[in-house]
Write a protein that binds this ligand. Structure first.
Ligand code: ADP
Length: 416
């Protein structure tokens, strides 16, 4: 409405207030153009045509100044109380024979009062029509754009308060419907993450409490009966402390990703050796329990990457393979050179992962076995850390798994 009003005001000012001044200005410009035209053609046979054209089309009369008599007032003007104005201009031209001639250019300026009142009348009608159309347009726009956006805004406020059940309704234009769809998906995803977060919190608090209780009761026992301390008791304390450390580390890693403070510290290092070392660390740990860890590779490979992060990705996959390995307790690791890429595979013969779970295992807090089993204690963060580590290196990762047969987890990095 404001925009229409502005247009109308501009139209009113130009068509009524400035009309007369503009008209006079245009007449002056026309006389100047006429003078230039005559000057150009003063010695040409076309002069007659030019003068005829000026008189007929521009209503500019050109006469020699000596004989100039102002033209008679038109009959209509006789009844007009106001004297009709005119613009006259004299100009001396030099002819071909060297003589000079003075010509007078005379342009009649018809009073515009009648025109102005006609225009005012028209503008009044136009104003009415435009205001009506503007009102209609405003109503349509508000129905199809403002109202749905306002509704979406209200729902978004409800979502912001943590009510993920809210439904976004998008009516009207395609963009608004798409916005509503996007927000519905967002609400759904948020509710999933929120659910996982709650579950993780309850798991973590349970997992923290149990080892702490163990540590406290064994330490208390050792304190009360210092002569009866056995190595099993101190081993339990050490195991539980280790479990706590890995839990805290996972949570710290994830939160450092979320705050975006992870930086890559790339160096050129021997990937093969680094993997061999990690496996050896596990070999010591798992020897007693009868695990077989095999590593096959053709050559030592150097890559330009962040060793700590790549080692951690491999470590997480290996821990999973050990945790979920089958009866044979065998884990096979391979380093394969594929064109410009090096691929690391970790194979286990455990239970495998069902096709339904496969797409989600890389998500944060996702655990296939939702029931809480201490033996299979995990945070559901391990693979999401792997994913992040490989992603920031621009690498690729994946898994092939079959229920009952086992899984092959792999990641590959480009050699530079
Ligand atoms: P968690 O800490 O629970 O192991 P991860 O993110 O490392 O979390 O793994 C997510 C889920 O993927 C695990 O809960 C487990 O069910 C499944 N998983 C991971 N690796 C294997 C594997 N080698 N064999 C079978 N299942 C696996």
């Amino acid at each position: 409405m404001g925009f229409c009003a502005l247009l109308l005001v501009i139209l009113w000012i130009f068509q009524t207030v400035f009309l007369s001044d503009m008209y006079k200005m245009i007449r002056k410009i026309e006389i100047e153009r006429g003078i230039t035209l005559v000057e150009k053609n003063i010695n040409s046979p076309k002069l007659e045509d030019v003068l005829y054209d000026l008189e007929l089309n521009k209503e500019i009369i050109v006469r020699p100044t000596r004989n100039f008599i102002p033209p008679a007032r038109p009959v209509a003007d006789l009844h007009n109380r106001r004297q009709p104005e005119s613009i006259t201009k004299e100009k001396v031209f030099v002819l071909a024979d060297g003589s000079k001639i003075s010509l007078t250019f005379h342009a009649m300026v018809t009073p515009v009062d009648a025109t102005v009142s006609t225009l005012q009348m028209q503008l009044l009608i136009i104003t009415g029509i435009i205001l009506l159309l503007a009102t209609l347009l405003a109503m349509i726009i508000s129905k199809h754009i403002s109202n749905p956006i306002e509704q979406i805004n209200q729902s978004a406020k409800v979502l912001a308060k943590g009510n993920y059940e809210i439904e976004f309704e998008g009516k009207g234009f395609l963009e608004i419907r798409e916005l509503a769809d996007t927000l519905n998906t967002t609400a759904l995803e948020l509710s999933k993450v929120e659910g996982m977060r709650r579950e993780l919190m309850s798991n973590i608090s349970h997992d923290l409490r149990t080892p702490l209780a163990f540590i406290y009761s064994y330490a208390e026992m050792m304190h009360d009966f210092p002569h009866e301390v056995t190595s099993e008791q101190s081993q339990i304390i050490m195991d539980e402390a280790k479990r706590l450390t890995s839990l805290v580390n996972d949570v710290l890693d994830i939160s450092s990703f979320e705050t975006g403070i992870t930086k890559l510290n790339k160096t050129n290092y021997n990937l093969t050796e680094s993997i061999r070392k990690t496996i050896n660390r596990f070999k010591e740990l798992t020897k007693k329990e009868g695990y077989h860890l095999q590593f096959t590779y053709d050559e030592e490979i150097y890559i330009y990457a962040d060793e700590v992060k790549i080692t951690q990705a491999f470590y997480n996959i290996l821990v999973n393979a050990i945790t979920y390995s089958g009866q044979d307790k065998t884990i096979i690791m391979r380093q394969i050179l594929k064109g410009n890429c090096v691929r690391i595979e970790v194979v286990d013969h455990g239970d495998g992962i069902s096709q339904d779970d496969l797409p989600y295992i890389w998500d944060r807090y996702y655990k296939v076995d939702q029931k809480h089993k201490r033996a299979l204690m995990g945070t559901g963060l391990g693979l999401s850390i792997v994913k992040k580590m490989i992603d920031i290196h621009g690498g690729d990762y994946g898994v092939e798994s079959e229920v009952g047969k086992g899984s092959v987890f792999w990641f590959q990095l480009e050699l530079e």
